[in-house]
Write a protein of this length. Sequence first.
Length: 109
Amino acid sequence: MIKTTAALIAALLALNGCGTVSTVLRGEAAAKNDLRKLKTYCQSIPRIYSGVAFDFCALHAAPDPTGILIPFVLVDIVMSGVADTAVLPYTIYRQATDGNLSIYWQPNR
């Protein structure tokens, strides 16, 4: 029972930090805010494989003095790659209709 509960908690924590969940399921505003808080140098990310791009942008941010973020992001890149492949038809459609996900600026519409 304890092992099952621990595995469930670990899975929920992993999904909460998952790049695909942040970019596809939570919406644009949440993904933008998360990357802005990390002070990423990325200006925009594509919607296709956006979870993997989110993780790379998390690594391409201001240095983390604790270094705690790096192992989690490296594990999440693999999980995001699998999840991004599962939602690929949806993200291809969103990329064609909406374009890249802008982080710091909004294009004129």
